[in-house]
Design a protein around this ligand. Structure first.
Ligand SMILES: NC(=O)c1ccc[n+]([C@@H]2O[C@H](COP(=O)([O-])OP(=O)(O)OC[C@H]3O[C@@H](n4cnc5c(N)ncnc54)[C@H](OP(=O)(O)O)[C@@H]3O)[C@@H](O)[C@H]2O)c1
Length: 264
């Protein structure tokens, strides 16, 4: 576990599960910017620690990097022992997914059961475990926010993407069940469908990220090829969190202005 400072916030912890260079990092940065102590979780602790140091320094925030493998219940339990030792969890964002190699479709006959199970484990079973870790505390306090990240594969079966679709469909179902059960107890549960390709940040953190980026392809993505800005998406997560409970969103979809068809 890494941090820049030692004491934690009385506002509670924002735990962001599944933090890589795109959306996860932007969500972590947004909640840190808004004054939360943030725990960021994924498998690559070295990369996470760099993100934690960067966000802590730039946002003057407390950011803790904790290793988790969402496909293993024991790893989730151990990781959340670490998270909960920092304080109570006010916000859980579940963002982890098993990415598809090169985004190429796989003929169903070639899908390996291990890979299928892994995708479902990461997309949905991991979300189940993480939600079970934080819900008792949220119910006890009568407040909290749980946000799940979906995509258009959460809604539509797509030829060649059965692993992704099955995991994401299940995550959406989990989100709806939890919303119905826990909203009356004060816990806001929402599902965010991202219908587009997420690019590199173009917001305040863009110039830093551009300097760090080497490939021309990634630079083009940040300059307007129709990809979605993760910093902008992260603002929607924040807005969901601060929504007044008299009118909570259960599901929202986001897509680029010029999109005509469904993406993954
Ligand atoms: N990228 C897109 O174009 C796109 C489009 C629509 C929707 N989405 C959704 O948006 C979310 C974020 O996608 P992103 O591409 O922006 O990724 P990201 O937030 O940059 O990173 C997600 C991270 O999840 C982590 N992860 C993968 N398997 C894990 C496991 N078993 N346990 C713990 N963490 C794990 C990976 O880090 P480690 O390898 O370090 O574990 C990965 O970097 C996903 O839910 C995705 O379905 C993405």
């Amino acid at each position: 576990m890494r941090s820049m400072v030692s004491s934690t916030s009385s506002r509670g912890i924002a735990a962001i599960v599944g933090v890589g260079p795109k959306l996860g990092r932007s969500i972590a940065r947004k909640f840190a910017h808004e004054g939360y102590t943030v725990a960021i979780l994924a498998r690559d602790l070295g990369r996470l620690s760099r993100f934690a140091d960067e966000i802590a320094r730039e946002e003057m925030a407390q950011v803790f990097a904790i290793r988790i493998d969402c496909s293993e219940s024991r790893s989730v339990r151990e990781a959340f022992e670490g998270v909960l030792s920092l304080g109570f969890v006010e916000v859980l964002v579940y963002n982890a997914y098993q990415s598809v190699a090169n985004w190429q479709p796989t003929s169903f006959a070639d899908v390996k059961i291990d890979s299928f199970q892994k995708s479902i484990a990461v997309s949905s079973v991991g979300a189940f475990h993480c939600a079970q870790q934080v819900l008792p505390g949220m119910v006890e306090r009568g407040r909290g926010t749980i946000l799940f990240t979906g995509c258009s594969a959460s809604l539509n079966g797509i030829a060649g993407y059965s692993e992704l679709c099955c995991g994401k469909f299940a995550l959406r179902a989990l989100s709806q069940c939890l919303a119905r059960e826990f909203q009356p107890l004060g816990v806001h549960v929402a599902h965010v469908i991202i219908d587009g390709i997420i690019g590199a940040p173009r917001g305040p953190s863009a110039s830093r990220t551009l300097q760090q980026r080497s490939s021309v392809g990634e630079q083009q993505s940040a300059e307007g090829d129709g990809s979605m800005d993760p910093d902008t998406i992260a603002r929607t997560y924040w807005q969901l969190h601060i929504q007044n409970r008299s009118a909570w969103t259960q599901e929202i979809d986001l897509r680029p202005y010029n999109s005509r068809s469904y993406n993954f």
